[in-house]
Design a protein around this ligand. Structure first.
Ligand SMILES: [Zn+2]
Ligand SMILES: [Zn+2]
Length: 248
């Protein structure tokens, strides 16, 4: 056992010499796997300090434990009870999200999912089911993977929770949300997502943690939350890799 562990670390050391770890978003060599070089790190806006308890948007204030809500979450009634996000969607965070979503960089799900699990520690609930925001099958066919599902799988593993990648299905093709205003985004996805009847018994009265890559208006996650509650779920919470925040 000991010997194989020593052998294993020896193999890893040799591999590191041949294939040193590279920065997640540029080609610079970094010290650890899944790391960012100092330059990319400084351009990656990790959210810290006081944040909205429903969406993770950064807010002004001194006490990060205070429960507060941002203007967006006060205006659009949120169907979920708490929410977290890791990054502000701009600069290198945008590069990361787009590479994961459209650039076949599925390897980014591992570090990103770990960051997400870390910020979700205080909204984790016993028995919670992790479920990704679904893609319509036409989009899934083109992209070959659901980036939210990849993130959900890492989040569930890190938090020790059950992952149900097909808990939600998008049964109506809704096209892109990009370029639409808030009301149009909500109208576009309303009723487009549901929990298939075969999962109703599984989620009855159980808390759900919804996972998505980007939280913009919250319309998609609202449609997901509504579908969960209609199928009998208990408390629904949300977790996004990045939150679109207005420039201040
Ligand atoms: Zn870099
Ligand atoms: Zn908010």
């Amino acid at each position: 056992m000991m010997r194989s562990a020593v052998l294993q670390s020896g193999v890893q050391a040799v591999m590191r010499l041949v294939y040193p770890p590279h920065c997640l978003t540029c080609n610079a060599i970094v010290g650890t796997d899944h790391g960012l070089c100092p330059d990319c790190w400084s351009r990656t806006p990790f959210l810290a300090g006081l944040r909205c308890d429903l969406c993770g948007a950064p807010l002004l204030g001194d006490d990060p434990t205070e429960i507060v809500h941002c203007d967006d979450c006060r205006v659009s009634a949120r169907l979920w009870t708490r929410g977290r996000a890791v990054l502000a969607y701009r600069d290198n965070a945008r590069t990361l999200v787009l590479a994961l979503k459209h650039g076949d960089r599925t390897d980014l799900a591992e570090p990103a999912g770990r960051w997400m699990a870390r910020v979700a520690q205080d909204i984790r609930l016993p028995g919670q089911i992790v479920a990704p925001a679904p893609l319509h099958w036409r989009r899934l066919f083109r992209r070959r993977y659901n980036q939210a599902g990849l993130l959900g799988s890492v989040v569930a593993r890190e938090l020790g929770l059950e992952h149900c990648p097909d808990l939600l299905v998008r049964h109506r093709f809704t096209g892109t949300q990009e370029g639409k205003g808030v009301d149009a985004r909500f109208a576009n996805v309303a009723g487009a997502i549901r929990v298939p009847p075969r999962h109703h018994a599984r989620i009855a009265d159980r808390p759900v943690l919804l996972v998505d890559d980007v939280l913009t208006s919250g319309a998609t996650l609202a449609a997901c939350a509504e579908a969960c509650y209609s199928a009998g779920a208990g408390d629904v919470r949300v977790l996004a890799l990045a939150r679109v925040v207005k420039d201040r």
